[in-house]
Design a protein around this ligand. Structure first.
Ligand code: ADP
Ligand code: MG
Length: 701
């Protein structure tokens, strides 16, 4: 390499990365060399632990080395694909299977040597690994560009195994990471103050990066991980502490009218507020009256009635002559909020407008004009309401629904409206375990709705396998016959989106013609135009279409109390928190509801346990805690998806001890240098500003 390169260099400029591979890397969230260094291994092959295939036992984790004997794919009943590869050595044969990962097929040419690692399952008398981690040992395309890598790279004792995508091979990526580490590990900035690193006996950042990728032994790996986890926790906690500090200094609009509109709203409802709803509403109104800007997180399990609390807060503000905005993470949810809030507000003479990314231009202009003129009291929408041409001169309150979906970065943005002092209420249905809340939401005051509206009947959750399907559909038809409604949920996973969407479409046809003949069945997915989505939601909400086949777009917030049944295909592909959100779409009315989990035939023990855990637990907190323990916060909490330098390794539940130490350190640090203005503090501030600029507008200055 002749051109000098640094952490910000685009990966495309690395040797052996062309535009095509750069695009593939981009899918993994890797655009710069720095991203590459923090693309941490998913696991490690312990090469000394390879077992002969004949000795692989069901229920054990193994790493095997074999030759591809056969490989073939076929369509599954529901329109997906199943790739099966047989691997053999002198001692036996083992099968590896992948669903909907057709692109892998070409790599498994007969004769190639493959190392695969995973949990051995017995299926129909033969042994298999489902979605194993693997490495093709003699793939020429994967080896290309890997020359120059030291001989021990792929065969040392602990070998990193990375998450891959089409066009990125294990060997190749490993060599690329290695090459980048050699050049740049020493240039990565130290974020931790030296005396903290010393006190906590943490290795240097450069050492930790080297060891997390290519550890000499388990101990080195452990230390590297500890250091990197600590750093993740430290930056987030410091940031939250600074933000809290900043927010608390902000003056807020002082709102003093008694809340007559609010009272009229509550009186117009067909039910009384729950005690919890009354308590959190009081918390909020106290904030709004205090003269200081509110920054509050409202947590309440799915169906606990947060929307109403948001509306109460909004009306309180409107009554004083101000405007409020309610933001939802998806279009479906924004439109639904628009409908519900309009219905409740119209009799009170309050004007509600809705704005999303696909509001037609003329309509958008009208809404913007009304907003700018102060004629629109309440604006409901997606993040489209944050666009720069949206003027709300009298904005006093911003409510952010299903906050976890926006990620930490957008959260900062929502607080930085043109009136710095607008009150902010964020709501989340994903119950956040306390350990995580302290770390991730340390900048917010917390309110909890810990009680469900009376009269809710617990949802019955049933694990179903292929053989149970007919009986299950019969039950669903029964619900439809009784005038109830049914959700059929299909997973659409980003990586394999095209194929998944096709599967959902095929399934919808099957529902129409075979399962629910003579019943109107509608399909809803994220790629549809907003008009189509709205039409489908209207048909389902009104009951004209009793059956809705949907992808996870219904996951958050959709409220159709007449729906009493839900079938979730491949629940194993969802996380627990997400499953909980999905299931929360039913059981909202007075009637008993049932949720069927239609599981795949090939499930690992661990996956089965997870799905079973879900079927046995209805409490969102228990599920969230378990989800967090199993998967870490990245997937479950929307931190990773948004590309924030949040948690890649840290798991505040598992790393609770370290998180506590870290909190002490942050506290001590801010005590000695509250504004981070000392020499050490300045450097820290610069680092934070660099990494988190978008999340913390006040840091930039
Ligand atoms: P979430 O907290 O998940 O956002 P919603 O606000 O969508 O829940 O409320 C779920 C359903 O419960 C809605 O149909 C709403 O009208 C109803 N609901 C809200 N509060 C009460 C209450 N106090 N008593 C009875 N039903 C209520
Ligand atoms: Mg909601």
């Amino acid at each position: 390499m002749t051109t000098p390169f640094n952490l910000e260099t685009h990966v495309q400029f690395l040797k052996s990365v062309g535009p095509a591979r750069a695009r593939s890397l981009d899918r993994l969230g890797i655009t710069t060399v720095g991203d590459l260094l923090t693309h941490y291994p998913r696991r490690y092959f312990d090469r000394s632990a390879t077992v002969p295939i004949g000795r692989a036992r069901p229920g054990t984790e193994v790493t095997v080395l074999g030759e591809v004997l056969t490989s073939g794919d076929r369509r599954t009943r529901t329109g997906g694909s199943l790739l099966t590869v047989s691997l053999g050595d002198d001692s036996g044969v083992l099968f590896c299977i992948w669903f909907n990962q057709k692109y892998l097929k070409n790599q498994f040419r007969p004769g190639r040597k493959v190392m695969a690692s995973g949990l051995v399952q017995r299926h129909q008398g033969r042994l298999q690994l489902a979605h194993p981690d693997f490495e093709i040992l003699d793939d020429p395309s994967d080896m290309a560009g890997a020359e120059g890598a030291p001989a021990g790279l792929h065969t040392g004792r602990l070998v990193p195994v990375y998450g891959l995508t089409a066009g990125v091979g294990q060997h190749w990526l490993r060599a690329l990471v290695h090459q980048s580490l050699e050049k740049l590990a020493d240039q990565t900035p130290e974020i931790l103050p030296p005396e903290i690193a010393r006190r906590r006996a943490l290795p240097s950042r450069a050492q930790a990066l080297r060891d997390i990728h290519f550890p000499a032994d388990q101990r080195a790996l452990h230390e590297a991980r500890r250091r990197l986890v600590y750093e993740e926790l430290f930056t987030v906690q410091l940031l939250m502490a600074l933000r809290r500090e900043h927010d608390h200094r902000q003056a807020g609009l002082k709102l003093e009218k008694p809340g007559d509109l609010t009272r009229r709203l509550v009186e117009s409802l067909p039910f009384p507020l729950t005690r919890a709803q009354r308590r959190v509403s009081a918390d909020i109104l106290t904030d709004l009256r205090s003269g200081r800007a509110m920054h509050r997180l409202l947590q309440g399990d799915v169906g606990s009635g947060k929307t109403l609390v948001a509306l109460i807060a909004a009306l309180f503000v409107v009554e004083q002559g101000y405007q409020a905005v309610v933001m939802a993470p998806t279009e479906v949810l924004a439109l639904q909020h628009g409908v519900v809030m309009t219905r409740l507000c119209a009799p009170l003479g309050i004007t509600v407008e809705t704005l999303t990314g696909s509001t037609p231009a003329a309509r958008r202009r009208a809404v913007l004009n009304a907003a700018a003129a102060g004629e629109c009291d309440l604006l409901v929408g997606t993040h489209a309401v944050l666009e720069s041409d949206v003027r709300l001169p009298k904005l006093a309150l911003a409510v952010v629904d299903e906050q976890h979906r926006f990620g930490v970065k957008q959260r900062g943005k929502t607080a930085a409206t043109e009136q710095g002092a607008a009150h902010v209420l964020v709501m989340s249905a994903t119950p956040i375990p306390r350990s995580l809340a302290l770390t991730l939401y340390g900048d917010l005051d917390l309110s909890l709705i810990d009680e469900m509206p009376v009269g809710r009947i617990p949802i019955k959750t049933i694990l179903a396998r292929d053989g149970d399907e007919e009986a299950m559909w019969e039950e669903c038809r029964g619900e439809v016959a009784r005038g109830r409604q049914v959700y059929v949920i299909y997973p659409v996973i980003e990586e394999t989106e095209g194929q998944d969407l096709k599967a959902a479409t095929v399934e919808c046809e099957r529902m129409r013609h075979e399962v629910f003949p003579g019943t109107r069945v509608e399909l809803l997915h994220g790629r549809m135009k907003s008009k189509e989505k709205q039409a489908v939601m209207d048909a389902f909400t009104s009951g004209e279409a009793p059956v809705l086949v949907a992808t996870t777009v219904v996951e958050v917030g959709v409220d159709v109390p007449n729906a009493t049944a839900m079938v979730i295909h491949n629940p194993e592909r969802f996380g627990l928190a997400q499953l909980h959100q999905l299931r929360g779409r039913i059981g909202r009315g007075k009637d008993a509801s049932r949720c069927w989990l239609l599981c795949d035939r090939f499930l690992s023990e661990e996956t089965w346990e997870r799905v079973k855990f879900f079927s046995e637990h209805a409490d969102g907190f228990a599920l969230a805690e378990e989800d967090l323990r199993l998967r870490g916060p990245g997937d479950a909490w929307g931190v990773r998806q948004h590309g924030t330098p949040g948690f890649k390794l840290a798991n505040p539940v598992r790393d609770a001890e370290l998180a506590r130490e870290c909190r002490d350190d942050v506290e001590a640090l801010l005590k000695s240098d509250p504004a981070l203005s000392g020499p050490q503090g300045k450097q820290l501030r610069e680092e934070l500003a660099r990494a988190w600029a978008a999340a913390v507008p006040f840091m930039a200055g």
